[in-house]
Design a protein around this ligand. Structure first.
Ligand SMILES: Nc1ncnc2c1ncn2[C@@H]1O[C@H](COP(=O)(O)OP(=O)(O)OP(=O)(O)O)[C@@H](O)[C@H]1O
Ligand SMILES: [Mg+2]
Length: 168
């Protein structure tokens, strides 16, 4: 499902990933552990194409992602849900707008259909009735669960969790 092939990533003089290889079959749950600053979050961002690797390839379900144009990459991203380490919500938007953000950008769902998906995903993460609050009005764990609801919005085939905890 996901194949990480010989990925290298440097930031200036600092080498973060050095020839990393990883095969993750469909249906498998894999945990990556490592010291703070060792490159776990960077690896997830490279897998989702959010940042480019310096060299190597990422294959997702038979497609090499670095060669994809923006449009195809957007379609592929809908198959990969990502829970960011710091939730990465938009502070100026409500919880409902955050969860619906990608649906709003990339589908033709009506407001009503989006609201239904938002309500359903928030219920899944045990967060009901917070639709109209803003992230600043939530606890850290609640924000992380909103991030998870957003990651689930497209019913992704794969979910990448950056530092899930017992609240998510
Ligand atoms: N955008 C960036 N620009 C420069 N350096 C970066 C950038 N993002 C990450 N780094 C560096 O890459 C290294 C790996 O960072 P990363 O966030 O992947 O660590 P991590 O393993 O997720 O750590 P933690 O467990 O603390 O979350 C760190 O040394 C960090 O300073
Ligand atoms: Mg991290």
């Amino acid at each position: 499902m996901i194949s990480v092939r010989n990925i290298t990533k440097n930031f200036g003089e600092k080498n973060v990933l050095n020839g990393l290889n990883l095969e993750i079959p469909r249906g498998e749950t894999l945990v990556i552990m490592g010291r703070s600053g060792s490159g776990k979050s960077i690896l997830l961002k490279i897998i989702t194409g959010l940042i480019p690797a310096d060299s190597g390839e990422i294959w997702f379900d038979g497609t090499e992602i670095s060669k994809l144009k923006a449009k195809k990459m957007n379609v592929l991203r809908q198959k990969i849900g990502m829970l960011f380490q710091s939730a990465a919500l938009f502070d100026s938007m409500t919880v409902a707008e955050n969860v619906a953000f990608m649906l709003d950008q990339h589908t033709n769902y009506s407001k009503q259909e989006m609201r239904k998906i938002v309500d359903e995903k928030l219920e899944l993460v045990d967060l009901e009735g917070v639709q109209d609050l803003r992230p600043a009005e939530l606890s850290g764990g609640m924000r992380k669960r909103v991030g998870l609801a957003r990651a689930l919005a497209f019913n992704p085939e794969v979910i990448l969790y950056d530092e899930p905890d017992n609240r998510t």
